[in-house]
Design a protein around this ligand. Structure first.
Ligand code: SF4
Ligand code: SF4
Ligand code: SF4
Length: 180
């Protein structure tokens, strides 16, 4: 059996920038004041008068070549099941090397002294549920699943729809795909 490769497709044509995904993540993961595992970006492209705007919900890209894991001196940052990048809190010294190494600003230091970031809600996925943001999004902009399974909804969307990843030139091989 092929190893699982968890991924997310974010449909930028559906996202209205309501921030429901940000609020549900904060609640689900009991994040402290000022700590966010996902955020909404509004990007204006083109030149006047030919302007277009993309709204997208971003989070850790669960990179296939994660620079944060390479940078971690203690092994706290690691690749877990389904290719999801995790942080073992007991091994984390709070040195911030991973914060500096992530090109996406996806990590931050929790007030309790460890690096924090999106886990694709691995605690929910282990129980057969969807990440909190996916379940909450009122426009169904977010699709989560196993990219290694060609029949999964996420694999179908990535195969069929035009898409991009953020800062591809960084070479980290993101697994969050923005459908356009
Ligand atoms: Fe690491 Fe940043 Fe990639 Fe997440 S987005 S896996 S924190 S390099
Ligand atoms: Fe590793 Fe923690 Fe340092 Fe990040 S802050 S590089 S996870 S020890
Ligand atoms: Fe966009 Fe959905 Fe997040 Fe609202 S909940 S900002 S529509 S991804």
């Amino acid at each position: 059996m092929t190893a699982k490769r968890f991924a997310m497709a974010v449909d930028t044509r559906r996202c209205v920038g309501c921030n429901a995904c940000v609020i549900s993540c904060k609640t689900e993961n009991a994040l402290p004041t000022g700590g966010f595992r996902d955020w909404v970006v509004q990007e204006v492209r083109g030149k006047f008068p030919d302007l277009s705007m993309e709204i997208r919900s971003e989070r850790c890209n669960q990179c296939g070549a994660p620079s944060c894991v390479d940078a971690c001196p203690t092994g706290a940052s690691h690749v877990a099941e389904g290719g999801v990048v995790g942080v073992t809190r007991s091994k984390c010294t709070g040195c911030k090397a991973c914060l500096a190494a992530c090109p996406y600003g996806a990590r931050w230091l929790h007030p309790e002294g460890f690096a924090d970031k999106c886990t694709f809600c691995s605690h929910r996925v282990a129980r057969g549920r969807q990440p909190a943001c996916v379940e909450t999004c009122p426009t169904r902009s977010l699709t989560f699943g196993d990219l290694a399974d060609p029949d999964s909804a996420v694999a179908q969307l990535v195969a069929r729809r035009r898409h991009h990843v953020v800062r591809e030139e960084q070479g980290t091989r993101p697994n969050v795909f923005f459908l356009t």
